[in-house]
Structures are given as C-alpha cells and as structure tokens.
Design a protein around this ligand. Structure first.
Ligand SMILES: O=C(O)CCC(=O)C(=O)O
Length: 299
C-alpha cells in the first residue's frame, strides 16, 4: 500500500471526508468484486430492495467469504488506523449494488444515527468495484461532521401510523431495551422501526444545493473514500451507466467509540454483541471478542 500523506490526513479531519487515490491494488478489487457478486446472488434476511434497481445488504461480510477476507486482510483497516493514528476495530459493513442502467441515487443522511454507537472516531471506508464518475458517486457536505447535530434517519414508519406500537416502543426504550433485537439478523427491513421524531429533520440539501459546501469526486477502482460517521452524505444518480455501480462501505471504530442505545436505531447491533447485554457508555474495547483490534500503530 502507498503511504498516506499528511495533507490527506489533514483534509480528512478538516472536511470530514477524503478520497485516497490509487491506494488498493488489483488483488483487493478482484476480491471485493467477487464478494459483492456473491452477496448479490445470495440474498439473506437483511437484503433489502430485492428486485428493485438497488440492493442494500447489511453485514454482507458475515456471509460472503471474499468480503470477510477483504475486511480481514486488505489494507482498509490500516488506512483507517493511519488516518486516526489509533487502533481500529471493525464494526459492520454494507453493500450498495446498483445494476447497469438508470442508477438509483442514495438519499442524504448521516450514518451514526442508524446504529447503537457513538464517538468521534467512527470512519466509513467506501470502495467501489466499478468506476463511479462524480454523477453516481458519493457526495458529502464538507465540515458537517463537526456540526454536533444528530438528524433523524430518513427511514422507518411514521409513529402516527401505529400509535399503540409506537407507544410500546417508547416504553421499551425508557425501560432500557435494545429496540432492534437479534432476530432482525434473520429478517429485517428499514421499515421495522419508527422514525424518531424527537430528532430534527434533515435539511433539504438537494433543494438548496448552492447553500451547502458539497464535496464529491470521480472515483476509480483502487481509490478509497473515507468519510466521518457524523457527516451528511448521499450518492448522486438518475443517470444511465453502461456498467453496474457496486459499492461496499465498512464502518470502523477508534478508541473513543462507545455503545449508545438510540431511539433512532434502524440497523441491528452486530450479532455477537447481543450476548454481552451492552450498556450505554461501554467502550467497544470492552467487547474484544466481538470487536478485536484490526490494526494498531506501532508503539
Ligand atoms: O453507495 C451508496 O450509494 C451510498 C453509500 C452510503 O450512503 C454509505 O456508505 O453510508
């Protein structure tokens, strides 16, 4: 792997995102591509959008041997760790498989509010098996990782559609329960939970693009886009591509990342974590069997 420059590290911390050009060699792209194709052909209970022109899978590395090998052996953990200058642990991954043809955009959102974790050292590593020109690749609102606001994830049922179930969920939350249980790993959709209307709504970024400082890139396989867990981001689309746009995003945690039960949780905890009955504020490092150190700087 090539070295990461001080400037790239500085850009990441200032902007909340950076593209590292030509940092993964072909062997890793081949492994990634094989893993994404395997996942596409083997949907499980956490695959959503099956038969639509977008497939999103949660935790695909838990069933694709190539994606597991990519997470465990590719330089991605080291890349994240070098940018954080700290030990990193793998939290979870997702696949966004967009077939050739009209490319489906991905809506603006923050990532952290979907998960029961919090901390400033949460980084996503986004890689794609295919060229993704700017008009189908990721965009971020520069600097929004430092806004100190958690927006409502744009997924879930309106609580007014089923006030009784929403009230029960509220009671469960107050009683300290994890809202999305381990059974969601067998069968899950983005609409198994309710929208958290205690959180502010996302700004309408697409309607007022010139009001925001939007950063995007032309992506080539071999590049890695790193972005902060709190940053507002989306992927452009609505244009025809002659080839698919198959991306994989893994979420990595540095030392300050801790468990936080969220009312807005939309994605289950990693399966093995349920056995530990985690409590708010516990560091991920307290669960080393679930989140072993994937890479650490030399001491
Ligand atoms: O690849 C995409 O279309 C969306 C990626 C994304 O939103 C993410 O990685 O959180």
């Amino acid at each position: 792997m090539r070295s990461i420059s001080e400037e790239e590290i500085h850009d990441f911390h200032r902007d909340g995102a950076v593209i590292l050009k030509e940092i993964l060699s072909d062997e890793w792209i081949d492994m990634l591509t094989a893993g994404l194709e395997y996942s596409e052909l083997h949907p499980d209970g956490m695959s959503s959008g099956v038969n639509a022109p977008l497939r999103i899978d949660q935790f695909p590395a838990s069933h694709s041997p190539d994606l597991k090998a990519f997470i465990e052996n590719s330089p991605v953990a080291e890349i994240v760790g070098r940018v954080l200058n700290a030990p990193v642990r793998f939290y979870m991954d997702q696949m966004f498989y967009k077939p050739a043809g009209m490319i489906t955009p991905s809506a603006w959102h923050q990532d952290t509010c979907y998960y029961n974790v919090d901390g400033h050292q949460l980084i996503r590593a986004w890689v794609c098996a295919d060229p993704a020109p700017r008009n189908v690749s990721l965009e971020v609102v520069r600097g929004s990782h430092l806004w100190n606001v958690t927006y409502r994830p744009p997924v879930g049922l309106d609580p007014r559609s089923n006030p009784e179930a929403a009230a029960q969920l509220e009671k469960d939350f107050v009683d300290g329960k994890i809202l999305i249980g381990r059974d969601a790993h067998e069968k899950w959709t983005y609409f198994d939970s309710f929208l958290d209307d205690s959180l502010p709504e996302l700004p309408s970024i697409d309607a007022e693009r010139e009001s925001f400082d939007i950063l995007g890139w032309d992506y080539e396989p071999g590049d890695v886009i790193l972005f902060h867990g709190h940053i507002l981001h989306s992927a452009l689309g609505g244009v025809e591509l002659a080839h698919p746009r198959r991306s994989h995003a893994s979420l990595w945690a540095g030392p300050d990342v801790h468990y936080l039960r969220r009312r807005s949780q939309a994605i289950p905890d990693p399966l093995a974590l349920y056995d530990h009955n985690p409590k708010d504020g516990q560091q991920l490092s307290e669960f080393p069997d679930v989140f072993p150190v994937a890479w650490a700087p030399a001491t």
